[in-house]
Write a protein that binds this ligand. Structure first.
Ligand SMILES: Nc1ncnc2c1ncn2[C@@H]1O[C@H](COP(=O)(O)OP(=O)(O)OP(=O)(O)O)[C@@H](O)[C@H]1O
Ligand SMILES: [Mg+2]
Length: 432
């Protein structure tokens, strides 16, 4: 691992191999240069970074993952914004399907794979003078598949045939779980190009939070699968074997021979890219396991997401992948646990009369009974939230094997959809 802040980043194994960018601070306003807070990583050369700042300063790739709907995209964007603001350098957040307002705020709504720089003015409007640059890109599955075909096709003719194949055109945006695969593939590509000091990648919502880890391997398996061979054999050899003949005869009649030959051509052409795909899938796996990469597991403190996040953390360990931080998002504020506040809420809920009398007397023109109703509801709601906050505390206490960096982010009163909101959230990641 290169010493922190030196800027000597090697390209990813198997990547396109351009030299790394000049390191942190090149675009920063501080002029000091270099990423701050660099801490040696897990290569035995020094202690594990025990802060969010140290973690991000010592890595080149951060993968935000976790259960669905917990705030992965928001956390990834906030971590990138915070890194650009505090650490400097060129930071990219690669998002998957961000909420429209967030995409708008990052300037990437409807622009495909292309990365855009978030203007410094957006930071200054949010009251922050960034040390570095924040770039954002959205994952465009279709564009990424086309780029992959261009890279792996054995020659220009095959490439055109694949891109022009009707079946390919129809399904390339919809391959089962191709979001998972493409997210990892794009990450590999971008890292290999070496344009960024730090890439923070968001992961897609999936039935199983681990899907994206297996995606490259699954893709390699698919290309070598027996099913695939079985599908293309009759068309490749023109020797339809006895077992499959009735199927093809019926299928021909129902679907039309053009459709079947499109399918066959598609798979035959795709097989021509097998070696490239398999090598690439292995290289992606290696990059995920590389010491330059870390994973941030995001979760809320509800029972089901916590269980899923724990399983995820355990699986990362099994695979010798680096679990850098656990971010507990949308956590209720700790004042809900305060005993004195709880007693006040209790009085509001159950001993409302005298308090309502006093409030009604102090505030001219209000109806005393209405005041009583409002106070009772406030007291009851506080009590309800307190129960949830207590449950959250228990969940947190039960977290087995929490990583060194464990941060809590409160439930904000509004959605996080602009740079100011992301920077506010990043403040919690860094200092919270
Ligand atoms: N700390 C927070 N306080 C308030 N709202 C939040 C917070 N974190 C995230 N949100 C909001 O929660 C919603 C879901 O967040 P986000 O899209 O980041 O989740 P996700 O894990 O990426 O979801 P998916 O699994 O569907 O991709 C968004 O509207 C976001 O603004
Ligand atoms: Mg998301």
């Amino acid at each position: 691992m290169s010493p922190p802040g030196t800027g000597s980043r090697r390209s990813a194994p198997g990547g396109s191999g351009r030299a790394g960018p000049s390191r942190r601070g090149a675009a920063g306003s501080g002029g000091a240069g270099g990423r701050t807070g660099g801490v040696r990583g897990r290569d035995g050369a020094g202690p594990q970074p025990a802060t969010f700042d140290g973690l991000l300063a010592s890595r080149e790739i951060v993968v935000a993952c976790g259960p669905g709907g917990v705030g992965k995209t928001t956390t990834a964007a906030a971590a990138a914004a915070g890194a650009a603001a505090r650490l400097g350098g060129k930071v990219l957040v690669l998002t998957v399907d961000p909420a429209r307002r967030l995409a708008d705020a990052l300037g990437i709504e409807g622009i495909g794979n292309e990365a855009r720089r978030v203007p410094d003015e957006a930071f200054t409007a949010a009251g922050v003078r960034p040390r570095g640059q924040l770039w954002a890109a959205m994952l465009d599955t279709k564009q990424s598949w086309d780029a992959l075909v261009r890279r792996h096709a054995p020659d220009a003719e095959t490439c055109d045939q694949i891109l022009g194949n009707p079946l390919y055109r129809n399904i390339s945006g919809r391959f089962v779980q191709s979001h998972d695969y493409i997210a990892m593939e794009r990450l590999f590509e971008l890292h290999g190009e070496g344009d960024y000091d730090l890439i923070v990648v968001d992961t897609p919502p999936s039935r199983n939070a681990l899907d994206f880890l297996d995606a490259p391997e699954r893709m390699a398996d698919f290309f070598s699968s027996r099913l695939l061979r079985w599908l293309i054999v009759p068309y490749r050899s023109r020797l339809v074997n006895m077992a499959s003949r009735p199927f093809y005869q019926v299928a021909d009649r129902i679907l039309g021979s053009q459709f079947l030959s499109d399918i066959a051509e598609f798979f035959i052409l795709f097989q021509s890219m097998y070696d490239g795909f398999v090598q690439r899938a292995r290289a992606v796996q290696r990059l995920l396991a590389d010491r330059r990469t870390t994973f941030i597991v995001v979760s809320t403190l509800e029972a089901a997401p916590v269980r899923e996040a724990e399983a995820f953390a355990a699986e990362l360990r099994n695979r010798h992948l680096h679990l850098g931080a656990l971010v507990l998002n949308k956590v209720l504020p700790t004042y809900l646990l305060d005993e004195e506040s709880a007693r006040i809420a209790e009085r509001l809920a159950h001993d409302t009369g005298p308090i309502a009398d006093e409030v009604a007397a102090a505030v001219r023109g209000v109806d005393r009974d209405q005041v009583a109703r409002v106070l009772r509801s406030v007291g009851q709601s506080f009590g309800n939230f307190r129960v949830v906050a207590q449950r959250e505390t228990e969940q947190r206490a039960e977290l087995a094997q929490a990583p060194d960096v464990l941060v809590s982010v409160p439930y904000f009163d509004t959605d996080v959809y602009d740079l100011a909101g992301l920077l506010r959230l990043s403040g919690q990641l860094w200092d919270g």
